[in-house]
Design a protein around this ligand. Structure first.
Ligand SMILES: [Zn+2]
Length: 515
């Protein structure tokens, strides 16, 4: 199992009905409305769109920072017409964010129109060296955003897709601590505990990219989300418009690559998805096209991304002219408009002049032919079949191997941990827990920046609270980290470690292959 997580698309709104609205887009007005807490708010914004959400008529008000505020129709008291407001500059945006997160907890780098910021888990140690490390990290992230910009333009030019200029500054916010990421995501997405499974997201509401810092050791996950940001901010599609999920995810997966090297594009074979398409559970491409729901939440949603990649790749390589027309049609879709699954399917067939099911029938042959023609070597599938876990958690990459001669004996665990913090030494506590209720633990104080430590092999034979032992089938790894000098670090230094209890957390089933 490569990752414990399922990437989820954040679709915050369910839109039930569309209403025509005036899209004199650059008209900015002063809106006075009553917010959820009953406070009267006055806001300079333009009307982005209006439509029904959970049965209630809503207006989307677009603010100068590019974020959208959703206000129920009845709550708007006053609308004064005004001239267009200027979108914020990145400098103005940085002031707002510094105020929001606090001077000692926020650092940023400007790469206009992008702002890259890190929300620190704890104040830095005050040394110039550490500040420089943070700066270097942010500059790297800024270069990454710039590169994404270039590859997206290159791809669009090749396909004939016309791009608009950016209108708003765009922020990429990187959260150093997973806890901070999760509480911020909970607060801003309404996804509840589902945020635990999210690595990164593009928010249609704030127009920001929100990331866990642990995902930034390679820019693989951010790349996918940055493509969502590009697709929207370069005018390919509008926010809250009825754009099929297979398209949004198909184009984003098409750019996913390995690490920092961005050398994949949707018209080329993505070796990861090509490989996964051989093992993904079968999903009818007609359903992938019609039903956005196949991408959400369920165990199958990881596989839906694999199919979306294949479907998108087929269109780009085999039907480029019709693909362009299809994209142009998507660009005309207005915010808060609505389309039924049936019409979404119909539109696909009418414009692309091919049924998704036909593409699916041809896909395997086409893929194999292209692999042979381009002499592409697929990565090996090995990792999926050995008891091996490699994942990122809490600023660490951990790789574990469990060896056992009998399921009745606790496994012997070997592995390593790397501190992936680009600017802090960290202290780690690692536990490997089996489903039989036994575990092993390691305490690693003050691991240097980017240092990799080999763990002393151990048998997972400590007994969890409330456990009886017995045969084990699966195991999972939990990593906790502490900042130098923090309360947690001091408790650990005094030998106070948590004792895990049974059924505290759902077990990982290796048959669940997440994306
Ligand atoms: Zn996505």
């Amino acid at each position: 199992m490569k990752l414990l997580v399922v990437r989820q698309m954040i679709s915050l709104l369910v839109i039930a009905m569309s209403l025509p609205f005036c899209s004199a887009s650059l008209q900015a007005d002063i809106f006075t409305y009553v917010d959820e807490s009953g406070k009267t708010v006055t806001l300079e914004a333009s009307l982005y769109g209006s439509g029904k959400r959970r049965g209630e008529m809503m207006h989307g008000l677009l603010k100068p920072d590019g974020s959208i505020v959703l206000v129920p129709q009845g709550k708007i008291n006053k609308r004064e017409l005004r001239a267009a407001p200027k979108p914020l500059t990145v400098e103005q945006m940085s002031e707002g964010l510094t105020k929001k997160f606090g001077k000692d907890k926020f650092r940023f780098h400007l790469e206009s129109p992008f702002l890259v910021g890190v929300v620190l888990a704890a104040p830095l140690d005050g040394s110039d060296r550490t500040e420089l490390r943070v700066k270097t990290f942010l500059e790297k992230a800024g270069r990454f955003m710039r590169n994404v910009d270039v590859i997206f333009e290159t791809y669009s030019r090749k396909m004939g897709i016309e791009l608009a200029d950016y209108e708003f500054p765009m922020a990429m916010l990187i959260f150093e601590s997973d806890d901070d990421f999760e509480s911020f995501a909970k607060e801003t997405t309404g996804l509840g505990d589902g945020v635990e499974n999210i690595l990164a997201y593009y928010s249609h509401v704030s127009n920001n990219l929100i990331l866990r810092m642990s995902e930034c050791s390679s820019f693989d996950t951010p790349l996918h989300e940055a493509i969502h940001l590009q697709t929207i901010n370069r005018g390919v599609v509008k926010r809250f418009a009825p754009v099929p999920t297979w398209f949004m995810e198909g184009i984003a997966t098409g750019f996913e690559g390995k690490g920092d090297r961005i050398n994949v594009s949707p018209d080329r074979i993505n070796t990861h998805y090509a490989l996964m398409s051989g093992v993904a559970k079968l999903l009818n491409w007609g359903e992938v096209v019609a039903l956005d729901g196949v991408f959400g939440g369920s165990v199958l949603s990881g596989d839906a991304y694999v199919h979306a990649w294949g479907l998108h790749w087929m269109l780009v390589t085999e039907h480029p002219n019709e693909y362009l027309k299809y994209v142009q049609n998507l660009s005309t879709k207005e915010p808060f408009a609505e389309i039924s699954p049936k019409d979404q399917y119909k539109e696909f067939v009418e414009i692309l002049k091919v049924r998704p099911e036909e593409l699916q029938l041809r896909f395997k042959v086409q893929l194999i032919e292209s692999i042979l023609k381009e002499k592409i070597k697929l990565p090996s599938l090995d990792d999926k079949y050995v008891h091996l876990e490699k994942h990122k958690q809490e600023m660490a990459i951990v790789k574990m191997t469990a060896v056992s001669y009998s399921p009745a004996l606790p496994p012997r665990i070997e592995g390593w941990l790397q501190n992936i913090s680009p600017f802090r030494p960290m202290t780690f506590h690692i536990m490997v827990l089996t489903d039989a209720g036994t575990y092993a633990e390691w305490y690693l104080p003050d691991v240097g920046i980017r240092r990799k430590i080999k763990l002393k092999p151990q048998n997972a034979n400590k007994i969890m609270r409330g456990a009886t032992g017995g045969r084990w089938r699966t195991y999972h790894v939990e990593v906790d980290s502490a900042y130098p000098g923090s309360e947690k670090a001091e408790a650990w230094a005094a030998g106070k470690f948590p004792i895990p209890a049974v059924s505290r957390r759902a077990q990982v089933d290796p048959s669940r292959s997440g994306q």
